[in-house]
Design a protein around this ligand. Sequence first.
Ligand SMILES: C[S@@+](CC[C@H](N)C(=O)[O-])C[C@H]1O[C@@H](n2cnc3c(N)ncnc32)[C@H](O)[C@@H]1O
Length: 452
Amino acid sequence: MAAVGERLDLRIDDLSHDGRGIGRIDGQVVFVAGGLPGDQLRVRLSRQARGHWHGELLAVADPSPQRRRPPCILSDHCGGCSLQAFDDGAEAAWKQAAVAAALQRIAGLDPGLMRPFALSVPALGTRNRALIPLERTEEGVLRAGYYRRGTHRIVNMNQCPVLDPRIDRLIQPIKDDLEASGWPVDRHGHSGGLRHLGLRVGHHSGEVLITLIASQRELPGIEELAQEWYRRWDEVVGVGLNLQPEPTNQLMGASTDTLAGRGWLNESFAGLQVRIAADTFFQVHTLQAERVVPWLIEAFGPAEGRLVDAYCGIGTYSLPLAAAGWRVQGVEQHPGAVELARHNAAANGLADRAGFECHDVAQVLAERLSDATALFVDPPRKGLDAATVAAILAGRPQRLAYLSCDPATLARDLGRLCSEGAYDLRWVQALDLFPNTSHVETLAVLSCAAGP
Ligand SMILES: C[S@@+](CC[C@H](N)C(=O)[O-])C[C@H]1O[C@@H](n2cnc3c(N)ncnc32)[C@H](O)[C@@H]1O
């Protein structure tokens, strides 16, 4: 019988959904962060929980042929990327297989409907946004970085190779200035102070926004420092302070004050001009997100009638679809995103084809679908709630496309939509928006078998 603290050799033969290696002892699964399929590991059993084990990686005795030297020097500790040591082809194959398995296992759908995986090339330097936790040591040293795997302890970093180099290079000098400021750091929102550093860059425009996220406004000298950063770096178009006083894992609060420059960056997306704010959603990998546009145009077919874009953000996909001829109604609950979506429509001469409203999708979708031909949904990770699925099944728009960042909730929702023949799954496209991590994005395209 295995026991906590025991050291043993373990062969890894799979990966969990969150990118931990999976091996087996005595018929029970052992999860090992840092393990890759094909590895032979030396492991210490650290914890047992409900029929499975957690193991700590001590050494890679015999590496998987798919293991490579990770591009990041912190990869053994930092929890930001779990698959840095997996070569790009193996990562892509695993992601494709993970989506196929979810479709089949959770929804009983045919994985043969999947198109070849859309890899991110390159796989480094692509992430256009970072929200980096901060802490100050007892000696006053300011540390910034993502959490050590499975903990809330920061792995201090000065650079991160997955980030766009135009924001990566700002981390070290900003840390130095924050250290010199003497401001307290209050990452969990209990005592008042800085919590996170936010950086966002427009991939095509190169414009950068810096945002400090804090649990209180009283940070003496913050306006002066913001002005200094704005003057020091040409590409920085705005510096803001976002207030998040709540002790929650929602990283940004509802209000952001602009301290220098402006509160948005200009970017081009699929050939259209858009404004993006520090606190509005925007896909973190611009080039990969742009690849979705022609797939959506194909999915929806001839632009005849009305298309509802539920969870539309700043109009990222509503606008290219309006430009392709659709009359689009966007629904989004973030007021700032709706304001930007309206601005973005007008700026591209699309205001007469694309309207936006600030609502909870679940509350208004049934009504909005009354005469809609097509529906695009791009919900948060938790997927569609029961009311939203019920509204789709009642309204039955002929064409439906679902973009998801979680294969499990996607498969659950597709299972409901396809049950009893309401919708047919036509094709599925998985793509890499988050290279070097276990996250995978998936577009599923459906059509309605018959009216309600
Ligand atoms: C995954 S993002 C997609 C945004 C947009 N499609 C894009 O690609 O930029 C999900 C969006 O849904 C919004 N949202 C989350 N829950 C919502 C709800 N219940 N009703 C309306 N919008 C919601 C979020 O504010 C966010 O902008």
